[in-house]
Design a protein. Structure first.
Length: 476
């Protein structure tokens, strides 16, 4: 049984979070409405028309206005993903993190500050020791972004927030418009939450770029670290305006413009960034045929943070496990138990691009490309079996046999062996593509669509016909 939590359950949205969302939301509405004509003009340009003809022939048939409406629908239907380490040791980034043990104890998604407060209470009987000295002029990019960009109040003691102060902060979320199989970036953990969009939509505050990277690259807050690239920093001028669920037109071009990186003395084209984005998006068509994505492209998500304290199980649609670090391990079993405890479906994804760097916060080669477009549903979870998917008759037996084989041989496995194991898993289980507005109508009952047939794979709530009714309404 899970241990009793050390601190009380915070409000779903604290007074500070509500006030911040209201203030930033009002700003977002003004900025989005001002940006709409510029987005439409960009969509009407010949350079952009050439991009659409190359990457997205069906989208190329749409007028600029219809294309914008379609893009807005896909943004709202996209997966909103938070990667986390199953166990504390699995994180590739510094600081404190949510993990399965905390989730089972508290039954909500703790942010990094809440995890820190819990850690201090667990490991120190008295006051926490003083933090280690930092380099001269060092400023932690996380708190700086949260306070200066998102507008959250600073802690009374920056080195030791209280539980109440920590509960006012956010969880970092990647919006998965590029349809990555892991949803987020394995840098942040070996498992991912995919949230219920209807549950979190009023809590969303959107930045056009990862704000930690922004602080380090554009504001130079990480002394001694040389970034491997240079953002087009003027593309997001101060004061930085955020987006919300309803108002984000100003985020569209800003994201593309920020990622026009300087190479060999000149910046990449905004049209090239648009092509790379749209080709992987639902507007690019068949998920099985999307072009490869580079390690750098994986980091180009909109940062759609949740200013709230998401409850379990209702705030989460399903979980994703990273195949290589977890399959056939005790941590993998821990993730399965976590999914089983809260009744979530679990899918597996082959996140190969982080394999070469076991302890780094970034992949070795930012320009190397990968498919990152396959998922397989775990048939041993009750949450998975509650879907309307038709599993092969031997799905459980095949899954368990592969798990045992990987468990026995994984220590010395080569990259080629992992590829073969993934092919075995994918070939014997239900494979799914991410849910989109165009394929599953954004229904929060659905975890995606079956890769070959396109049939929506949905939760059956209430009675067995509900998910089937959703599927028929979408597919027919």
């Amino acid at each position: 049984a899970a241990a009793a939590p050390k601190f009380p359950l915070p409000p779903l949205r604290t007074a500070v979070q509500l006030a911040t969302s209201a203030r930033r939301g009002a700003e977002a509405k003004v900025a989005s409405e001002a940006a709409t004509p510029h987005v439409l003009a960009f969509f009407a340009s010949e350079g952009f028309a050439e991009v659409l003809r190359d990457c997205c022939p069906e989208a190329a048939k749409l007028s600029p206005g219809a294309l914008l409406e379609s893009l807005r629908a896909e943004v709202r239907a996209a997966e909103y993903a938070h990667a986390f380490p199953v166990a504390t040791h699995a994180a590739h980034t510094g600081g404190h993190h949510f993990n399965v043990k905390l989730g089972e104890e508290y039954k909500f998604l703790l942010n990094s500050y809440q995890a820190e407060v819990d850690y201090d209470a667990t490991n120190h009987s008295g006051p926490s020791p003083a933090p280690p000295p930092r380099p001269k002029n060092f400023t932690d990019p996380g708190p700086l972004a949260e306070e200066q960009i998102f507008g959250l109040p600073p802690f009374a003691n920056e080195s030791k927030p209280t539980w109440a102060e920590a509960s006012d902060r956010m969880n970092y979320v990647a919006q998965n418009m590029r349809r990555l199989n892991f949803g987020s970036v394995p840098t942040f953990g070996d498992a991912t939450f995919i949230f219920d969009n209807d549950y979190i939509k009023d809590m969303i505050l959107t930045a056009p770029v990862d704000t930690g990277l922004w602080e380090m690259v554009c504001n130079h807050t990480n002394v001694g670290w040389t970034p491997p690239f240079k953002f087009n920093c003027p593309a997001w001028p101060q004061p930085q305006t955020l987006g919300t669920w309803d108002h984000f037109d100003h985020t569209i071009l800003t994201n593309l413009d920020v990622w026009r990186l300087k190479r060999n003395g000149s910046r990449t084209s905004i049209y090239e960034e648009a092509r790379r984005f749209l080709a992987r998006s639902p507007l690019g068509g068949d998920y099985a045929k999307v072009p490869n994505v580079t390690s750098l492209d994986v980091f180009k998500y909109w940062e759609t943070n949740i200013a709230g304290n998401v409850r379990f199980p209702e705030g989460v649609r399903f979980l994703i496990g990273s195949f290589v670090p977890l399959f056939g391990t005790e941590d993998g079993r821990t993730l399965q138990t976590f999914a089983q405890t809260f009744g979530w479906p679990l899918v597996w994804a082959f996140t190969e691009f982080m394999e070469a760097k076991d302890s780094s916060s970034a992949p070795a080669d930012l320009n190397q490309s990968y498919a990152l477009n396959e998922r397989a549903v775990d048939p041993t979870m009750d949450g998975s079996l509650a879907l309307n998917a038709t599993f092969p008759a031997d799905a459980k037996a095949s899954f368990n046999a592969l798990w045992a084989s990987v468990e026995e041989r994984r220590v010395n496995a080569t990259h080629g062996q992992w590829i073969e194991w993934w092919k075995t898993l994918a070939g014997s289980q239900v494979r799914v593509a991410p849910s989109t507005a165009s394929s599953c109508g954004g229904s929060q009952l659905c975890i995606g669509s079956e890769l070959k047939s396109g049939t929506c794979v949905c939760k059956m709530k209430g009675d067995a016909g509900q998910a089937s009714a959703v599927t028929m309404a979408i597919v027919v």
